[in-house]
Design a protein around this ligand. Structure first.
Ligand code: AKG
Ligand code: FE2
Length: 308
């Protein structure tokens, strides 16, 4: 199915038909940078390296909004929504992705109940997304889809390209798989968790029940899960309380059973996890080679074959 595309200036329509309804859309004509890929890479990298608060996540950097100053301004529609009255916000609410052509971000949905505004700054990416009401099986307590190339039969699917200047609104809990095309890709995300309950879906229910359970098991949680709980959507407890306020004890406990029942899926999840690992190692190599250098001096590996 085609994804709707509307002008970023059509804010009223965006809010009514897409943002509040939690439906994806591509906003066109958001930000134009006349700079070349090299120039943008060089500037962003220099700033990331200098900024002590920037942190490298698995596949991207988390940075503060002002790191983008003079490179690309926050689109007005995003700026209005990044309001602490309306949304839970993290300090480093911008994610920056650098990916060479051939890179694949495997099937997953984003944690922390995040809405993502994804601006393609340079290059082109091909997205496939699936609605949270037609979910994929994920490995227990995770957001990673069990199989590498799951069947799309019976799913509500949208496939589309994001070109320079296009901004995707990807609502929370939508599954996505993303291929990078061309020499080098740079995309920027603004992320937030709205302070209202999600549009009902099986994935939204799963996330709320999983977090309800994790909140109750807090003292016993492994370090990684504890960290996610305490920093959920950038604020921890208030966000988890909001997310889980309608979860009943019976549903929360039943979730434990449902996730444990998925444990055998680990036996078929290896290729998907290897794919994730491969993307991760490739990104690490690229980021290392970019660190503090202009992109033109960096050794960007551009694997042509897209088979992990
Ligand atoms: O750009 C990509 O390759 C992946 C993006 C993504 O997973 C996200 O924005 O949540
Ligand atoms: Fe994602």
């Amino acid at each position: 199915m085609m994804i709707p595309r509307i002008a970023a200036t059509d804010q009223e329509r965006f809010l009514e038909e897409f943002y509040h309804a939690e439906q994806p859309v591509v906003l066109t004509g958001t930000v134009q940078t006349v700079a070349t890929v090299d120039e943008v890479c060089e500037k962003l990298n220099a700033r990331i390296v200098e900024d002590k608060t920037a942190s490298q996540r698995l596949l991207w950097y988390d940075v503060r909004r002002d790191l983008l100053d003079q490179i690309c301004s926050t689109p007005e529609v995003v700026d209005d929504l990044m309001d602490p009255e309306q949304a839970f916000l993290r300090e480093n609410c911008v994610r920056i992705w650098f990916n060479p052509g051939g890179h694949i971000t495997p099937w997953h949905y984003d944690g922390h109940s995040l809405h993502v505004f994804n601006l393609q700054l340079k290059g082109l990416k091909r997205w496939t997304i699936v609605a949270p009401e037609t979910p994929f099986a994920c490995t227990p307590f995770s957001h990673t889809v069990v199989t590498k190339m799951p069947s799309l039969r019976g799913k509500r699917v949208l496939e589309f390209d994001l070109d320079e200047g296009d901004m995707l609104f990807l609502p929370r809990y939508w599954y996505h798989y993303v291929e990078s095309h061309g020499e080098m890709n740079i995309n920027v995300n603004w992320v937030l968790m709205p302070k209202v309950h999600a549009v009902p879906s099986l994935t939204a229910v799963r996330e709320a029940e999983m977090m309800w359970l994790k909140a109750r098991l807090d003292p016993m949680l492994p370090a990684g899960a504890k960290k996610t709980l305490h920093s959920y959507a950038g604020v921890g407890k208030p966000a988890v309380d909001k997310l889980t306020e309608n979860v009943t004890t019976a549903a929360g406990l039943a979730r434990l059973g449902k996730e444990l029942a998925r444990v055998p899926l680990w036996s078929i999840a290896l290729p998907a996890h290897l794919m994730k690992l491969r993307a991760l190692l490739q990104t690490k190599r690229l980021l290392r080679s970019l660190r503090g250098k202009p992109a033109s001096n960096a050794t960007i590996e551009t694997p042509r074959v897209v088979n992990y």
